[in-house]
Write a protein that binds this ligand. Structure first.
Ligand SMILES: [Mg+2]
Length: 194
């Protein structure tokens, strides 16, 4: 079994929201600028934000729909260092992105907006349309490691014999036995990049 260092980049995959893209920064910014609700990052202590924020559900829904359908127009930003690390990986092998989002087109557009065009062909994107069941796609791609921010997903992957990496956020600080990455520099550290 491979350990959490010198992971061959062709064996790892990445979630999109809150791993590659800073979805919560965008959520907090839109909530404040367009709806007048101030949310502090540390208040988002659960993955289903409607369970921990005192915001009307329809507004939460609307903000997430905007980010799902129009991430570029709503200025969804990359997580710090995500693009440079992914670009480094994409020079040598596929970058595997698996997201629970239902539509690939907005993510493709977002990627094209942030990546050099000659690297885009090396990005593989799978949209599953549901939060559970990522392990099936991860295995189909022949991956062994996966970076995600949703703890339920990480437990599902571990049950399927895969190796999750938890991307740290206030909603996944609870105790878990998995390897934790605080930033993309931590992810870069565990990758074998020649
Ligand atoms: Mg996510």
């Amino acid at each position: 079994m491979q350990k959490y260092f010198e992971i061959e980049p062709h064996l790892i995959g990445f979630d999109f929201d809150c791993v590659v893209a800073d979805t919560m920064e965008a959520f907090i910014r839109l909530a404040a600028e367009d709806y007048g609700f101030i949310v502090r990052p540390e208040e988002i202590t659960c993955y289903q934000v409607e369970n921990c924020l005192n915001l009307p559900h329809h507004i939460i829904q609307e903000i997430f729909m905007r980010l799902l359908n129009h991430p570029v127009e709503n200025n969804l930003k990359p997580m710090p260092h995500a693009i440079s690390v992914l670009a480094e990986v994409a020079k040598n092998t596929h970058v595997n992105l698996i997201t629970a989002r239902p539509n690939s087109e907005p993510v493709q557009k977002w990627l094209a907006n942030h990546l050099p065009s000659d690297l885009m062909y090396n990005f593989r994107l799978i949209t599953t349309g549901q939060h559970d069941g990522k392990s099936y796609y991860i295995k189909q791609l022949g991956l062994q490691f996966f970076v995600d921010d949703r703890l339920e997903t990480c437990f599902e992957l571990a049950d399927a014999g895969l190796h999750p990496v938890v991307f740290s956020h206030p909603w996944n600080y609870n105790q878990h036995p998995f390897f934790r990455a605080e930033t993309w520099l931590d992810i870069r550290e565990i990758l074998y990049l020649s």
